[in-house]
Structure formats: structure tokens, C-alpha cells
Design a protein around this ligand. Structure first.
Ligand code: MN
Length: 286
């Protein structure tokens, strides 16, 4: 059995632009957080937005040196970058954006969602890139709901959707630069699942809603995070209520992390260069 390292909860929220009321559930600044290859997890919502005329969101901003993975649960985002790429991310969809050497983009509520209003709920997970890939050309994987394989866990509706990595021989669509398993787990009340991971990987569970008993001993409530020890392979989860969880598992990248806002590199010099490139608009490559 994999042992729990700790369970944490964050109630403090802040706005990203005017569209995303987020709780930052972990970041690479968290002391003794064994989170690599992950860098940060923001959870937005669920928040009700009344119908409006003008889309809310966050205007043009840069990224360099890592990937942003946006997972939509409710609502819709419209994404656009300065190179002319753009698109919609709706419920069940995942956008896996490799910022690489950099881009400038905006993330807004879609026009349709803005007009209709409704509940917005999304996750943005930052995944680090190894040093040798930090300056690759930016690109996107638009992973729509229908491309994400779903493994049935029981007859009552418990399912595991594989965004990245694999589960019981089923492979997820996302291409990753280091080994990552990213799974959307829906567990019906009173059902148990055993998850097995490679030894030595980082393993973090986020419980969006519901309540689960871990390893038959510790209860994790709604909006709580469980960090696991790297030793051991198996975790058992028993749902006490219908639960929605995000399973994050990956091989640690053992390289120094130096971050500044939207840039995550390996050295101060590379951060200084990122700021200079932004000033000279190299980041926008337009
Ligand atoms: Mn962004």
C-alpha cells in the first residue's frame, strides 16, 4: 500500500482576471511538496455566472518553460493566442498546451456561455518540462471529450477516464514529455477501486466533490488533496458518496526549478532572459 503523506485543504481563493475565481491547491512554492513533474494546480469554481454581454476571463499573458493542462467540468472557455491559434474548451474537454519557449494567450469565457450564464468549473494543472524541452516551439493538443477513453469500473456508473498515461492497458490521448498519468475518476457511493502506480512516482489525488476512504483508513472530503509517499504502488479508494476525483501521477523531474509568475525555468538567468524576450516581443513571435 502507498501511504498518505498528508491531506490538505485550501479555502482561500483569488480571481484570475475577472473570469476565474480559483483556489491554488498546490504550487512549487509549497514547502517540502513532492509534486514534480507537476508545478501547480488551480481549481476554479463551481461558480455561478449570470448572463452577461461581455466575456469575462484573463487577457493576454505569457507562459514559458512548462505545459498548462485545462480540464473543463462545467461552462466553456474560448482560447486565443497571438499566433492566431484558438478554440473552444467545453465540458469533458481537455486542452494540453505546451508553452515551450513561449506564447502570449488569453483565456476567456466563451461568447455562448457568457450570454447564457451558468455554472463554471475547471481545473488548470501546470506540468513541468525537462530542461531539454523548455525552449521547444509552443503547440496544443485539443483533446475533446469523445477522444478520452473511459474504463467502466462497475455496473453503477463508476468510470475512469484516461486523459494521459494508461490504466489497465488502455492508453490516454495526451502526448507527454515525461511519464504522466492523468485520470478523471468518477466513483459511485459504496464502490471501491484499487489503483496501481509505478514505484517512485509522485501521486496526488484531488477530490472535487464527494468523499472517499483511502486505504480503508483515512477519509478525504470534498475539495481536499491527498499527497502520497513515493514508496509503494497501490491505493484503494472507497466512495462514501458519489465522488469526482482527479488522479495526478508522474515521474519526478529532478532538475532545479526557478519560477517567476508565468515562467518556470531552471536558472535565474533563464528567467531574466524570458522577461527580456517578453519585452522585445519575441515571446509573441508575431
Ligand atoms: Mn494562461
Amino acid at each position: 500500500m502507498k501511504q498518505i503523506h498528508r491531506i490538505t485543504r485550501t479555502d482561500q481563493s483569488h480571481w484570475v482576471g475577472d473570469g476565474f475565481p480559483v483556489r491554488t491547491l498546490f504550487s512549487y512554492n509549497t514547502p517540502d511538496a513532492e509534486i514534480s513533474p507537476f508545478l501547480m494546480l488551480d481549481y476554479a469554481g463551481p461558480t455561478m455566472f449570470p448572463p452577461a454581454a461581455k466575456p469575462k476571463g484573463v487577457g493576454f499573458h505569457p507562459h514559458r518553460g512548462f505545459e498548462t493542462v485545462t480540464i473543463l467540468y462545467q461552462g466553456e472557455i474560448e482560447h486565443r493566442d497571438t499566433a492566431g491559434n484558438g478554440g473552444l474548451i467545453g465540458p469533458g474537454d481537455v486542452q494540453w498546451m505546451t508553452a515551450g519557449k513561449g506564447l502570449l494567450h488569453e483565456e476567456m469565457h466563451s461568447v455562448a456561455f457568457t450570454r447564457q450564464g451558468g455554472t463554471f468549473e475547471a481545473i488548470q494543472l501546470w506540468v513541468n518540462l525537462p530542461a531539454k524541452y523548455k525552449m521547444i516551439d509552443p503547440h496544443y493538443q485539443s483533446i475533446t471529450d469523445n477522444r478520452i477513453p473511459m474504463v467502466k469500473l462497475d455496473e453503477e456508473g463508476s468510470v475512469l477516464r484516461i486523459i494521459a498515461g494508461h490504466y489497465q492497458g488502455v492508453k490516454g490521448p495526451a502526448n507527454t514529455y515525461t511519464p504522466v498519468n492523468l485520470w478523471d475518476l468518477r466513483l459511485q457511493a459504496n464502490h471501491t477501486v484499487e489503483l496501481t502506480f509505478p514505484e517512485g512516482y509522485t501521486t496526488i489525488l484531488f477530490n472535487l466533490k464527494g468523499s472517499v476512504k483511502i486505504n480503508n483508513s483515512t477519509t478525504m472530503g470534498d475539495t481536499e488533496l491527498a499527497f502520497f509517499e513515493r514508496l509503494g504502488k497501490t491505493i484503494s479508494l472507497t466512495a462514501l458518496k458519489n465522488s469526482t476525483l482527479l488522479v495526478m501521477n508522474g515521474e519526478p523531474i529532478n532538475e532545479p526549478i526557478v519560477g517567476y509568475g508565468p515562467f518556470v525555468m531552471n536558472t535565474q538567468e533563464e528567467i531574466r532572459q524570458a522577461i527580456e524576450d517578453l519585452d522585445t516581443s519575441i515571446l509573441s513571435y508575431s
